[in-house]
Design a protein around this ligand. Structure first.
Ligand SMILES: C[S@@+](CC[C@H](N)C(=O)[O-])C[C@H]1O[C@@H](n2cnc3c(N)ncnc32)[C@H](O)[C@@H]1O
Length: 218
């Protein structure tokens, strides 16, 4: 029996994935494919882009969620940082792993206030709110202070154009053996270039559904 596979979390996740599937975005529908692509990759207009599509949940898949839970459990993670909370689906998987590891802290950050508020409710409904510290604002600002001295696991799932900048902020605190999971990493070639380059201190491999799985090796 695990927190992930039992009530209240298991039925809650089913319900949330159903809700996520139903969400639509007038903001996204109004954008041309070219404009969508440009904003998605922009390093300066990501705030505008995610504001336009704020009705979408954009959650990790169930498989990726299970992978997050397994990686956090297998590594015995106690200190986790998440970039990109949205409605808190990935947060639920990671917080469940912390609970089953015996406790810890998950710092998660999101700039849409309505999303943070819904994520808070979801974590409370799962009985996992005590493990999560929500930081509202741009991760480039919210993650620069008050971080754990040693980070065990990072999930990158916010604006793809910022993955490398966020990694630079966290890098000095990653413990040896720390795991970094980057969702939709193909959208961020400069990030992939860094974690895959010899001599940068990582082992890294593409893994499942557009994930880059990296480990801080030294
Ligand atoms: C792909 S969604 C995250 C999905 C979430 N991890 C889940 O599985 O439910 C990306 C989220 O990151 C947020 N975001 C993007 N860039 C951000 C930034 N620089 N700072 C804070 N939040 C950001 C967006 O508003 C959006 O809600």
């Amino acid at each position: 029996m695990t927190t992930l596979t039992t009530s209240p979390l298991a039925p809650l996740l089913e319900h949330l994935f159903e809700q996520a599937d139903k969400a639509t975005s007038p903001g996204l529908a109004a954008l041309s494919r070219e404009e969508r692509d440009r904003l998605f990759h922009s390093k300066t207009e990501y705030r505008n882009f995610y504001g336009l599509i704020k009705d979408l949940w954009l959650p990790v898949s169930r498989r990726t969620g299970e992978l997050l839970y397994m990686l956090a459990r297998a590594s015995g993670a106690r200190e986790i940082v998440e970039f990109g909370t949205s409605f808190g689906i990935s947060t639920l998987y990671l917080a469940a792993a912390l609970r089953d590891n015996g406790g810890g802290r998950l710092i998660t950050t999101e700039f849409e206030p309505d999303k943070i508020s819904r994520a808070r409710q979801n974590l409370a409904a799962a009985g996992l709110a005590d493990l999560v510290e929500f930081r509202q604002g741009d991760a480039l600002e919210t993650l620069v202070a008050d971080l754990p001295g040693s980070i065990d696991l990072v999930l990158m799932d916010g604006a793809k154009s910022l993955y490398l900048e966020i990694l630079y902020i966290l890098e000095g605190r990653l413990r040896q053996g720390a795991i970094v999971i980057a969702d939709d990493a193909d959208a961020c070639p400069e990030y992939l270039g860094h974690v895959r380059a010899p001599g940068r201190g990582y082992m890294s491999t593409p893994f499942s559904e557009d994930i880059e799985l990296s480990m801080r090796a030294c």
